[in-house]
Design a protein around this ligand. Structure first.
Ligand SMILES: [Zn+2]
Length: 219
């Protein structure tokens, strides 16, 4: 009997309470939708940065430490161009499927990777948006704010052309946090993320929230 209460209490404290507290549809005080990108950086991130530059958008990138170390130039560019670089993990694993000390070690490795690249992350988004007592303790101890979302664009699935752009349009409202992926992790379709920049471009072209910068070339 006591064992049952012990296990139930442990699960409540480790999994249930953190997710109850942080998995909320938060609205930021912004006049525009907030675009966030998870699971990068990869070979498509450069194009994403070009697009954001074209529209003067500040993006939030929740990166993986392992990939960041492989593409330090992109992390530096994010910083130089005023984007927010947040911590996602070092390696993309579900927080419920690894032991607490493995999760802690992974987060520390991810955090140190970003520090090595000149980023002191202020925001944290767990893999799969799944919080645990350990990830919450880690983010708190390192002065990071847990950063959830309002809507997922399901861009990791195999989608018909234009579907993700339409979803972005539908979900857009001031301050809403929208999630896209500039990398492929877990059970994602292996090529889906490569189509994301084109969908983003399509959405921005139609969106009343964003205007493309005028170029001297008269484009
Ligand atoms: Zn992720």
């Amino acid at each position: 009997m006591w064992i049952f209460f012990g296990i139930a209490g442990g699960l409540l404290f480790y999994f249930v309470l953190p997710n109850w507290k942080y998995r909320k549809k938060e609205i930021l005080p912004s006049e525009k939708p907030v675009l966030t990108f998870d699971d990068g950086p990869t070979e498509v991130t450069e194009e994403v940065l070009d697009i954001l530059k074209d529209y003067s958008i500040q993006g939030y990138f929740f990166v993986l430490g392992e990939k960041a170390l492989q593409r330090p130039k992109l992390i530096r560019r994010m910083k130089e161009e005023g984007h927010i670089v947040g911590l996602h993990a070092y390696i993309h694993r579900h927080g419920a499927l690894i032991l607490p000390h493995v999760l802690w070690k992974d987060l520390r490795k991810g955090y140190e990777a970003l520090m090595k690249l000149g980023i002191e992350p202020k925001f944290y988004r767990p893999t799969h948006g799944f919080y645990t007592a350990i990830s919450c303790l880690f983010s708190r101890m390192h002065g990071m704010k847990n950063f959830h979302w309002h809507a997922l664009m399901r861009d990791w699935e195999k989608n018909e052309e234009g579907v993700v752009a339409k979803r972005l349009g539908k979900a857009s409202a001031p301050g809403r946090i929208l999630v896209l992926h500039d990398g492929c992790e877990g059970s994602a379709d292996p090529k889906a993320y490569q189509k994301m920049p084109e969908e983003l471009r399509k959405y921005l072209k139609e969106s009343s929230f964003f205007k493309k910068n005028l170029r001297r070339s008269g484009e």
